[in-house]
Design a protein around this ligand. Structure first.
Ligand code: SF4
Length: 259
C-alpha cells in the first residue's frame, strides 16, 4: 500500500520518476519478501515495493555497521507520511487493526468517540485465539441513520489454527459478523517470522503491552485525525473508498496453485 503511494503521490511530490525510485519496506514478516514480487503488487504501474527487509535483518545490519541505536538522538520521521498515530502503532498486535478501524468508523458514523474508556477497545485485545465483540451504534449522523441501533459484531483471530476455526465457524453460517480480522502469526505481527528471536508467549505479551503503552502516549490516536493522511486524501486520493484509493490501497488476490 505504501509502496503504491510512494511511486505515485510521493514521486510527484518530490519530482522523481517512479521508475527511478527504489522502495524498501522494513517488515516483521518473512512472507512480505514473497508478497512484494506478486503480480497483484504493481498498482503504481511498477513494482510497488522493490525490496523487503525484516526487522531482524535491519537490527543485524545496524549492529554490523557499529551503530549504537540506543545512543542516537530522537528525531522526527521525514514528511510526507511521516506522522504516526496510536491507531497505526497497534496494527502490530492481534486485534489492533480491528481496534483502529472501529475507532475511526464509529466516529465517522456517529460523530462521537467509540464508547470505550480511553478509546481502548478491550474486548478485541489479549491473546485468546478467537475474540468477539459487539458494539451498538447509537446517535448516528443523518447520512448514516440507516445504521442507527445496529449491533456491530466483530471477530478477531490470530495464528493459523485459530484462523481455521474462525473460518469454519463463518462457513457454517452460524455467525453474524460484520467485520473480521485475521492475522497469520501468533499474537499478530509482534510474533512475525521476521521479528527478533527468540519469541515466546511471554515475549509476545510484553511486545503487545509496549505497543498499547505507545498508543496511550500518542497525541493522535485515530487514523482519520492523522493530518498527513488527511492531506493525501485531500490532494490525491480525493476521499476514502473513492476510485483512486480503491485502485492503489486495496488488493484482490488471484488463486494460486497449491504446492
Ligand atoms: S501476522 Fe504474520 S504473516 Fe501476517 S503480516 Fe504480520 S508478520 Fe506477516
Amino acid at each position: 500500500m505504501f509502496g503504491a503511494l510512494a511511486k505515485t503521490y510521493y514521486a510527484d511530490k518530490i519530482n522523481i520518476k517512479a521508475e527511478n525510485m527504489v522502495v524498501v519496506s522494513i517488515m516483521p514478516c518473512t512472507a512480505k519478501k514473497f508478497e512484494c514480487n506478486r503480480s497483484e503488487m504493481r498498482d503504481s504501474g511498477f513494482k510497488d515495493v522493490d525490496f523487503v527487509l525484516t526487522t531482524r535483518e535491519l537490527a543485524m545490519m545496524i549492529k554490523q555497521a557499529g551503530i549504537e541505536f540506543d545512543k542516537l538522538e530522537d528525531e522526527s520521521y521525514d514528511s510526507i507520511l511521516g506522522e504516526s498515530t496510536g491507531a497505526a502503532v497497534i496494527f502490530g498486535t492481534t486485534g489492533g487493526v480491528m481496534e483502529a478501524a472501529l475507532r475511526t468508523a464509529y466516529e465517522i458514523i456517529t460523530g462521537n468517540e467509540v464508547p470505550f474508556t480511553n478509546l481502548n477497545i478491550k474486548p478485541v485485545r489479549g491473546m485468546d485465539g478467537v475474540k468477539e465483540a459487539s458494539i451498538k451504534i447509537k446517535n448516528t449522523k443523518p447520512e448514516w441513520s440507516f445504521l442507527e441501533g445496529v449491533e456491530l459484531n466483530v471477530a478477531v483471530a490470530h495464528g493459523l489454527s485459530n484462523a481455521k476455526q474462525l473460518m469454519e465457524a463463518i462457513s457454517s453460517g452460524k455467525t453474524n459478523y460484520h467485520f473480521v480480522e485475521v492475522m497469520g502469526c501468533p499474537g499478530g505481527c509482534i510474533g512475525g517470522g521476521g521479528q527478533p528471536i527468540p519469541t515466546s508467549a511471554e515475549i509476545r505479551k510484553r511486545r503487545a503491552e509496549a505497543i498499547y503503552a505507545e498508543d496511550m502516549g500518542k497525541t493522535i490516536r485515530k487514523s482519520h485525525e492523522n493530518p498527513e493522511v488527511a492531506e493525501v486524501y485531500k490532494e490525491y486520493l480525493t476521499h476514502p473508498l473513492g476510485h483512486k484509493s480503491h485502485e492503489l490501497l486495496h488488493t484482490h488476490y488471484k488463486v494460486r496453485k497449491r504446492y
